[in-house]
Design a protein around this ligand. Structure first.
Ligand code: DHK
Length: 152
């Protein structure tokens, strides 16, 4: 069972709750983090989180996670559809990850239908709103085994 999870949120997710609420809902990112923190506490999982609007900052954080994190839950935001660098970082550190999208990207503009990450993800959750984060953490807790001595 995973003992440490890193949650990553990409560009514009800092606006969650006020940004296009008809698509992304009214729950704020701090509320998402608070819920995920409590969920991980209940599951005895060490939890950390980063949100950044900068691709290189997220790449650096993924590199830093190697050897310290058992699994990553990532909503890459728009980098989903553009970032080979993010894909390469996730594959390069060999940490299992679950891809989360608040909206159902397959019901939206065509340019959102492709992800540079999905074929490397353990699972992809989209369209469940912010519940997708909770579902991803629950799944990771149940099905992702600790690799070596990975700890935060
Ligand atoms: O649904 C989401 O969480 C994703 C969030 C974004 O910011 C968009 O750029 C993606 O296309 C969809």
């Amino acid at each position: 069972m995973a003992k440490s999870i890193l949650l990553i949120n990409g560009p514009n997710l800092n606006l969650l709750g006020t940004r296009e609420p008809s698509i992304y809902g009214t729950t704020t990112l701090p509320d998402v983090i608070d819920s995920a923190t409590a969920q991980c506490d209940r599951l005895s999982i060490k939890f950390t989180h980063i949100q950044s609007n900068h691709e290189g900052v997220l790449v650096d954080r993924i590199h830093e996670a190697r050897g310290h994190v058992d699994a990553i839950v990532i909503n890459p935001g728009a980098l989903t559809h553009t970032s080979v660098a993010l894909r390469d970082a996730l594959v390069g550190v060999d940490i299992p990850f679950v891809e989360v999208h608040i909206s159902n990207i397959h019901k939206r503009e065509a340019f959102r239908h492709h992800s540079y990450l999905s074929d490397k993800a353990e699972a992809v959750i989209c369209g469940l709103g912010v519940f997708g984060y909770e579902a991803a953490i629950d799944w990771v807790a149940k099905y992702v085994e600790v690799k070596g001595n990975a700890r935060l």
